[in-house]
Design a protein around this ligand. Sequence first.
Ligand code: AMP
Ligand code: ZN
Length: 115
Amino acid sequence: MAADCLFCKMVSGAIQPNKVYEDNDVLAFRDINPQAPVHVLVIPKRHIATVNDLTDADAALVGKLTLIAKKIAAELGVADSGYRLVSNCNADAGQSVWHIHLHLLGGRGLQWPPG
Ligand code: AMP
Ligand code: ZN
């Protein structure tokens, strides 16, 4: 855990997110500033600052994040209509929280390419 990390505080319970999923490794919760009718963040419980910090040892964890996002998409009713999984890395992508997360966005048509 990183003491000054917002998402680590959600993992520890110091801040209570609007949870949609939790297991030993992963937490998922509603984004506080939703950009679509469904906007969920799927995070590892372990602090990893950016996608650049992932190592080969994290392969199973990264795969698990996607598989859980897939399940949440189905539970929230956007599996068939469609959804996007996005992970922003560093400044040009607009990363604003330095603990990796997958954005699950759905419930409306999404533009491509993104801005
Ligand atoms: P990113 O900009 O890709 O790093 O995504 C960070 C996301 O965290 C943004 O979509 C924010 O709206 C979201 N966020 C920031 N603070 C909170 C919070 N307290 N609870 C839920 N989501 C948050
Ligand atoms: Zn963290």
